[in-house]
Every structure is written in structure tokens, then in C-alpha cells.
Design a protein around this ligand. Structure first.
Ligand code: BG6
Length: 507
């Protein structure tokens, strides 16, 4: 499949369950609008939002436009463009628990088919609470509305399951109604521009592959830190924790992209096979070793940019005695030829000092130093820093001679900085992902076995943390770098967590 080369000509129908929700307003509709502005949506396209409230099409559209004005990367909606785009949007009240009410979608699909005189692709988007994913799938089936295996798709948002067993059950139920190639399980990290670029960086540059292994790489860090707390999501987060919310999906997917073997082509299943290989090769963490390879934390109160913020246990809808972790650090090994002995460190947490998603590849020392050590000329290790957000850049730290009469070494950066090099505004992850769904490309979506393999990796930690309460929670203040035991986790191996220099601190 050639990705995103031409405008898709097959008409498309999107039915968005949860059409009045936050995700539709913040992400889905702004992404579709921006694809429309880029002339990437098919000429014939219908977006049917659905929810339980009674709304006219006009009222529904106005709410979505406000979402664009607030959240779209392209800023406020242009009056004329919005008028043209929103002409494709209608609203349909429906109770997703009632299969009878789905029949109306069937009528709309048939009407559009007649009008367009061409078979459209039909995408059911489950932007709803996870307990409704199966209900929606089953009611699509019961009501006998469109489900052509060639042209019908279903999008499932995260979280995909609450643990390994529930993920398996969900896969099993979905697969009785849809084929695997109809199911698009979203992990929005895979749609991020720099994450996609890792594939190009690794597999389109001949110089990378010879270095990308245990002979040259000392260790790898995958770090996704956030300044925000749980905001209004206490109800969800307190039952989830950061291990489920971030590690099982986003960080595991980043691990796969860094550690995968070169695929033989860029076909969806080939790429996903190589990612599953990584997850299968992750050395299983034994229950007795969990304390030595992991650290968890929960944020206390503090000050963030001059504003006092609540501790986790005081947040809305959070249990005042909660044992839920808002921070996790983990160390993994991958049992294969490429990565034997190379530690991979994960770190992620909320209410930390800075928001940044970084992958750091630390290379080994030079085998022999020819320079004068007494003059401080000890070459520092090379480091490749892949900065996903907020800065989008890939930089290589190299050793160089400081200009002057002496032979003095210092560290210089070779930087591919998106803000300087590319003029085009990078698309949002959801734009990339929705365009892939329209063109039927599953490369950036998680397959059933991938999701289950990722659950398998974290299950021992999940179970241990659930069964062993922390007596010292909260154990890190807001606006810090997390708990001390996370520093100790990496320091005992002789390393430290890598952060971008201070000038990049975002608000
Ligand atoms: C979501 C998590 O999947 O990713 C959130 O549920 C988290 O808790 C978010 O804040 C982070 O995404 P991004 O794109 O802002 O890094």
C-alpha cells in the first residue's frame, strides 16, 4: 500500500459514536476539518455524529466549530471553508444500547449510496467509554447495518482492555463480528510525526543499521513526562494508573519502533510482525525482581508556574487513600541477538517538572582514548536524542575539537530541527491516523496480538503493584522529576535520566 499518495476517491461515511464527547470536539472533528482543508477528504464524504442528547444538525455543528476554534492546530475555522465542510456533518440521536436505534444509520447509509451511486467506505468510530465498545459492535451486527469486510471499518480508542484477560475477551468478541483487517485500534503516539520519522531514520539511512545494536549502544531511555495532573479524569485514572494509561500502549509502541528488526517492506502486517517480535522478546520480569527493576510514585501537592496545585489524592473523583501510581519507571531487557545486555529504561509520570517525550540512545565509549586525559580530553559518549514533543527534533551529540590552538574536545549537536528545516506545519497525529483509515492502511494501528503481547509484558508489575500497597504515597511533589527511587533505579547502573536543556522548558 502506498501511503497517502493521492486523494482517496472512494466516498467515505464516518459514524462517530460519542459524537458529542470531548474526543470528537478536541481531536476527531478538528483532524477531519484539517484533512478537508488539505484537500485530503474524498469529494463525497458524510460525517454522522451520534449521542444521547437531542440536537439539531445546526446546533451540533456549532458545538463542533467551537471545538475547532479552540483546539485545531490551524486556528479558528475559516467561515467559508467551515460552511463547505460542515455541510457534510449531520447529527443522529441514538442510544447505543438499543440495536433498533442503529437501523436509522442503515437508512442513512443506503440513502447516501443511492445519492452517490458509488459504494462508500463506512467507518464506525467508537469514541466512547470502553465498556461500550462491544455493545456497539454487537448492535452493528444485530441491526444488520453495513458491515462489508472490504469497505467497513471500526475504530477502537484506548484503553483496549483493563488487563490481559479483558483485552483477550474484547479481541475475541470483536473478531466474531469484524475481521482483523477491519479493526483499527488507535494508539495516537504512532501517528506523531517524529515517531513515524524513526522508521525513516532507521531504515532509509545505510549508516544507522550497523550501529543499531548491542555492540555500539550502551542503553536506551524512553521518557514521556507530563506537567499536567489527572485533570477531570480522576474517575478513569484512579482505576487505571499510569502503567495502564501510558506504559502498556504508548511507551511499549515506542520501544517496538526503536528495537524492531528491519521489516522486509512497509506493509502493515510485516511492520506489525516485527513489532510483535520485540514484545515477545522482552525478558519476562519475575515477581521476585520487581522491586529492583521498577519504581512507582504518586504526586503530592505543590506549585506549578506560580499556581498552587492539588496532590493526586485530593483531585476530583480520586480516592483519598488511593494507591494508584501517577509515575512509573521500569527497566527492561530484550532477549535477542541485537539487544542482549542492553538495558531499556522507561519513565513516565504526571505533574512532573516538564512535559517532554524523548527517546535517548546512549552509545558506548570509544574503545581507546588517544587524547591527553590530563587536559580533560576524555571523549563523552555519543548520544542520539529523538525529541517527539514539544520540540520536534532529532539530534546527534558528537565530540569535536574546540576551535583554537589546543586540541580540546567538546560536545556538539548535529540537529534535524523540524521548526527550522520544514516549512509545512506538521499534521496532528489524528490527521495522519484518520487519513490512513480512509485509505485502509493499518500500519500505524495495533493488531490484536500486539495489544495482548504488550499486556503480557506489564502484567507481573501490574499485579505486584496492585497487591503491594505503597506506604509512602504521595512520594513526589508536583513540579519535581518524580520519586527518588526512580533516580536510584537508573543510578545504580551508573546512568542518570536524560532531560533536554532548560531552554526548552514548556509551559
Ligand atoms: C493519553 C493518556 O493516551 O495520552 C493521557 O490517556 C495522556 O493520560 C495523553 O495525558 C498524552 O498524550 P500526548 O499526545 O499529550 O502526549
Amino acid at each position: 500500500m502506498t501511503k497517502k499518495s493521492n486523494k482517496e476517491t472512494t466516498p467515505a461515511i464516518f459514524i462517530i459514536f460519542g459524537g458529542t464527547g470531548d474526543l470528537a470536539k478536541r481531536k476527531i472533528i478538528p483532524a477531519l476539518y484539517n484533512l478537508f482543508l488539505d484537500n485530503r477528504l474524498p469529494e463525497k464524504c458524510a460525517i454522522i455524529g451520534t449521542g444521547r442528547s437531542k440536537l439539531t444538525d445546526g446546533k451540533y455543528r456549532t458545538g463542533l466549530m467551537e471545538g475547532i476554534n479552540e483546539f485545531s492546530r490551524t486556528g479558528k475555522a475559516d467561515k467559508d471553508e467551515w460552511a463547505r465542510f460542515s455541510g457534510n456533518i449531520t447529527y443522529q440521536i441514538a442510544n447505543v444500547n438499543d440495536a433498533e436505534e442503529f437501523k436509522e444509520f442503515g437508512v442513512k447509509i443506503e440513502t447516501l449510496k443511492d445519492e452517490w451511486k458509488k459504494n462508500p467506505s463506512v467507518t464506525y468510530y467508537c469514541a466512547v467509554s470502553p465498556d461500550l465498545f462491544c455493545t456497539i459492535a454487537e448492535n452493528i451486527n444485530k441491526s444488520k447495518i453495513e458491515n462489508d469486510p472490504e469497505t467497513t471499518r471500526i475504530i477502537i480508542e484506548k484503553p483496549f482492555g483493563h488487563d490481559l484477560q479483558s483485552a483477550k475477551d474484547l479481541n475475541k468478541r470483536l473478531l466474531t463480528i469484524f475481521n482483523e483487517n477491519q479493526i483499527y485500534r488507535i494508539d495516537h503516539y504512532l501517528g506523531k510525526e517524529v515517531v513515524q520519522n524513526v522508521m525513516a531514520f532507521r531504515f532509509a539511512n545505510a549508516i544507522m543499521e550497523p550501529l543499531w545494536n548491542r555492540k555500539f549502544i550502551e542503553h536506551v531511555q524512553i521518557s514521556v513526562t507530563e506537567q499536567i495532573g489527572v485533570e477531570s479524569r480522576g474517575n478513569y485514572f484512579d482505576k487505571s494508573g499510569i502503567l495502564r494509561d501510558m506504559v502498556q500502549n504508548h511507551l511499549m509502541q515506542l520501544l517496538c519502533i526503536i528495537a524492531m528488526e528491519p521489516p522486509i517492506n512497509f506493509e502493515a502486517d510485516e511492520v506489525r510482525d516485527r513489532k510483535v517480535d520485540v514484545l515477545k522478546a522482552v525478558k519476562r520480569i519475575l515477581p521476585g525482581t520487581i522491586e529492583s527493576v521498577s519504581a512507582r510514585g504518586q504526586y503530592g501537592p505543590g506549585w506549578v508556574q506560580g499556581k498552587e496545585v492539588l496532590g493526586y489524592r485530593d483531585e476530583l473523583d480520586v480516592d483519598p487513600n488511593s494507591n494508584t501510581e501517577t509515575y512509573a519507571a521500569l527497566k527492561f531487557h530484550i532477549d535477542n541477538w541485537r539487544w542482549q545486555g542492553v538495558p531499556f529504561y522507561f519513565r513516565t509520570g504526571k505533574r512532573l517538572y516538564k512535559s517532554a517525550s524523548l527517546i535517548t540512545i546512549q552509545f558506548k565509549d570509544v574503545p581507546h582514548n588517544i587524547f591527553n586525559k590530563s587536559e580533560g580530553n576524555i571523549p563523552k559518549q555519543n548520544r542520539l536524542v529523538i525529541s517527539i514533543q514539544p520540540d520536534m527534533a532529532i539530534s546527534f551529540q558528537l565530540q569535536s575539537k574546540t576551535p583554537g590552538l589546543e586540541m580540546t574536545l567538546n560536545t556538539v549537536d548535529m540537529v534535524f530541527d523540524y521548526s527550522g528545516k520544514t516549512k509545512v506545519d506538521s499534521p496532528e497525529a489524528y490527521e495522519t491516523l484518520l487519513l490512513d483509515i480512509i485509505s485502509g492502511d493499518q500500519t500505524l494501528f495495533m493488531r490484536a496480538d500486539q495489544v495482548e503481547a504488550a499486556w503480557e509484558v506489564i502484567t507481573p508489575v501490574l499485579e505486584y503493584w496492585e497487591n503491594n500497597r505503597m506506604s509512602n504515597f504521595p512520594n513526589y511533589p508536583a513540579d519535581s522529576w518524580g520519586p527518588e527511587n526512580a533516580e536510584a533505579l537508573i543510578a545504580k547502573d551508573g546512568y542518570h535520566w536524560f532531560n533536554l536543556p532548560e531552554k526548552n522548558k514548556n509551559s
